[in-house]
Design a protein around this ligand. Structure first.
Ligand SMILES: [Zn+2]
Length: 473
């Protein structure tokens, strides 16, 4: 990479606020309903209808603005952003322009850098076009879905930093429960601005807007591509044009969508059908109650007390409820180190196989701790513990009951294991010979045979000791 240049990136994120009804009417916001079933005269833009502002939208937006350290304007109003598109029946979008809800905030990322937030403003979503062979269909279920647009300052200096910013922004929005942030469903969308300038220069380079990235990885890849492209053009004496480019994920390149000459002039003006809204301190204070410990604070706290690696912590803080569950079981477990190994190992492996991941988990703290404690005490072995966990994971069935029903108690008694071990040794003389000649793998095989004979219930350590004792005699 050519080092005489530096990259300047700003991000625009649209996040769908988690309300039951739309921003200016009572229609449902439910996802994936039959086309044009969640619509009414207001969101389908019949003449003469009047919008009515959903208070819940304001509450969630205020909560977000506060958490992003924005100053919240005490008086806000909406404006019409005028443009024509077939998915926008009003031919304007109700948005905020001159008086956004929040301004001048910042978001701290894991490196400790603070990325400035220029503004956070409310707007309504447009509908959706479904393109078919030779024609298109219009679905207005999405018109009027509440969105908060969060615009960052051009403070981001490389594509990885953009990725980190998006990761933390999403986590925070999930922690404060204002959005599910499901990108596949379009609940979170991101556009990026990127420019290149010579190192040390004050003035920003010509800005290119990137669209059509539908994952954070896509944003990062598109920015990497564009960063390289811009540096190559500038190094060879070329010029960067102000334009909008689309990320083509299949070809891994950006392509020109429109140039500056085609850029819109939206002719904003205040929405005459909605009054100004006052954001009182009581409303702001009430939202503070919904702000829990944020992911970065949890991260530094866990680094201190739990002896976890940074990688493990990032796995844990990626889900607020799962983090809470971890801390609860950790506090109750007898052997905390083994508990953590169990949590990050078999437990995560099993929840990764559930359709909705941790959301499907119903096992109680007590039952989870019971399984791990039984395992640590040698009451059940590793295989049995995994079986019990998998049965109790989404049912919260009592581990004692499962152990009894499936007869899973570990056999640790030398007397009980002796005759099985004798039989395994006499039936596998070849493996015994290999082990005596130094092949440790052969021992694993012999223990495996004991496990097989006892249907997985033998204590592997006791079995190993017994086999060694007998064949070295
Ligand atoms: Zn409606």
């Amino acid at each position: 990479m050519n080092n005489e240049f530096e990259t300047v990136i700003g991000l625009e994120v649209h996040v769908q606020l988690k309300t039951k009804s739309k921003i200016f009417c009572a229609c449902s916001t439910e996802f994936a309903c039959a086309p044009n079933t969640n619509i009414c005269p207001i969101c389908s833009a019949y003449p003469g209808v009047l919008p009515l502002f959903n208070k819940k939208v304001l509450e969630l937006a205020v909560r977000t603005a506060v958490v992003l350290n924005c100053s919240v304007n005490d008086r806000i109003y909406f404006e019409r952003k005028n443009y024509f598109y077939p998915d926008l029946p009003k031919a304007y979008q109700i948005s905020q322009y001159k008086k956004p809800l929040g301004e001048n905030g910042w978001l701290e990322i894991s490196s400790g850098k603070k990325i400035g937030i220029t503004r956070a403003h409310l707007e309504e979503d447009a509908g959706k076009l479904v393109h078919k062979q030779g024609y298109s269909l219009v679905d207005l279920n999405r018109t009027g879905i509440p969105l908060l647009e969060i615009v960052s300052e051009p403070d981001i200096s490389d594509p990885q930093e953009a990725f980190d910013y998006l990761t933390y922004l999403k986590l925070i929005l999930q922690y404060i429960e204002v959005s599910d942030c499901d990108m596949e469903k379009g609940f979170l969308r991101c556009d990026a601005n990127i420019s290149t300038r010579k190192k040390g220069e004050k003035q920003l380079g010509v800005k290119v807007e990137l669209k059509n990235m539908n994952s954070f990885r896509g944003v990062r890849d598109a920015l990497f591509y564009e960063e390289k492209r811009q540096r190559e053009v500038l190094s060879s004496g070329g010029k960067i044009f102000q334009e909008t480019r689309l990320w083509d994920v299949d070809k891994s390149k950006t392509i020109v969508m429109r140039t500056k000459e085609e850029a819109h002039d939206y002719r904003y003006f205040p929405e005459p059908d909605l009054l100004d809204f006052y954001v009182h301190n009581e409303l702001i204070d009430a939202q503070l109650e919904f702000i829990p410990e944020l992911p970065l604070s949890a991260r530094s706290r866990l680094l201190g007390d739990y002896g976890l690696s940074e990688k493990d912590i990032d796995v844990l803080i990626a889900n607020k409820s799962m983090l809470r569950f971890y801390e609860d079981v950790y506090n109750k477990a007898d052997d905390k180190r083994k508990l953590t190994n169990w949590f990050l190992g078999p437990f995560l492996e099993q929840i990764n196989n559930l359709p909705k991941g941790f959301s499907d988990v119903t096992i109680s703290v007590d039952n989870f701790v019971k399984i791990v404690n039984y395992f640590c005490a040698g009451k059940i072995n590793n295989v049995a513990a995994k079986k019990v966990l998998s049965e109790s994971l989404t049912t919260d069935k009592d581990p004692d009951e499962i152990i009894k029903e499936k007869n899973l108690l570990q056999i640790s008694g030398t007397n009980e294991l002796e005759c099985v071990v004798d039989r395994v040794i006499s039936e596998n003389s070849a493996a015994v010979g290999e082990y005596l000649n130094g092949a440790d793998k052969a021992m694993q095989f012999l223990i495996g045979q004991v496990m097989k004979e006892t249907k997985g219930k033998a204590n592997p350590q006791v079995s190993r000791a017994l086999i060694e004792e007998k064949i070295k005699k």
